[in-house]
Design a protein around this ligand. Structure first.
Ligand SMILES: Cc1cc2nc3c(=O)[nH]c(=O)nc-3n(C[C@H](O)[C@H](O)[C@H](O)COP(=O)(O)O)c2cc1C
Length: 206
């Protein structure tokens, strides 16, 4: 890779933001396949590729998922946190969801595939972690790939609060467990760049 390409990649990583408002234009197949392919090239524990993805584009199913995302965010905002979110903030967030926030032309459900566990009994929880981390790496690859193609995306964890209900829609293979839903589409918002924690706060050099 030459320096120019590597600068581009760094810039993409540094400028990616979660996109929660989408145009309803179709995401072309070639871009969607490229995003998925980037997910499948992620590092994965022991070369096990322990993932399974379900892509939703049908209107009626997207509407159902969007309704569930409202419920899942409601559950998150009202009953999951030790410190509750103030009611006016929750109401505003839920109202925005009803108005179309998170309504995307494509949803990708990312599943961890636990069907081929290979570790000894006493290491199964470590293997579970390996598998979940591999899926997370694939998700991040897809978010960066989407950003590089001008497609916005957000990683949604709240569906894990009601996995069973989401499984009823996605109908994954037996032995697979939902890890996230990614909403994807052309952005209809432009979030400002985000300055998070600094290196001094979260890195120790030895
Ligand atoms: C594991 C995980 C779960 C997340 N779940 C949600 C979610 O359910 N809803 C949501 O709006 N954003 C969700 N996000 C996105 C984060 O809120 C977002 O990445 C974070 O605020 C940083 O903002 P940025 O992605 O724009 O840099 C999730 C991100 C991760 C990594």
């Amino acid at each position: 890779m030459n320096i120019m390409e590597s600068k581009d990649l760094l810039n993409l990583i540094l400028t990616r933001r979660s996109i929660r408002w989408f145009k309803q234009d179709l995401v072309p197949d070639d871009l969607l396949y490229k995003i998925l392919e980037c997910g499948l090239r992620a590092p994965n524990a022991g070369g096990s590729e322990p993932w399974y993805f379900i892509v939703v584009r049908k209107d009626d199913v997207r509407r159902e998922i969007h309704k569930l995302l409202l419920e899942a965010h409601r559950l998150y905002a009202t009953s999951s946190l030790k410190e509750p979110i103030p009611k006016d903030k929750v109401d505003k967030w839920l109202r925005r969801i009803s108005e179309g926030m998170y309504y995307a032309p494509v949803y990708i459900a990312a599943y961890a595939d636990f069907r081929r566990m290979t570790h000894k009994e006493q290491l199964l929880d470590v293997e579970r972690t390996f598998i979940i981390q591999s899926v997370a790496a694939a998700i991040e690859n897809m978010l960066i790939a989407a950003h590089s193609l001008g497609i916005g995306a957000v990683w949604l964890g709240v569906p894990l609060l009601m996995r069973k209900v989401f499984d009823d829609i996605f109908r994954p293979p037996e032995g697979c467990e939902l890890q996230a839903v990614i909403a994807l589409g052309y952005p209809s918002e432009t979030p400002k760049s985000r300055l998070g924690k600094g290196i001094n706060e979260v890195v120790k050099f030895i």
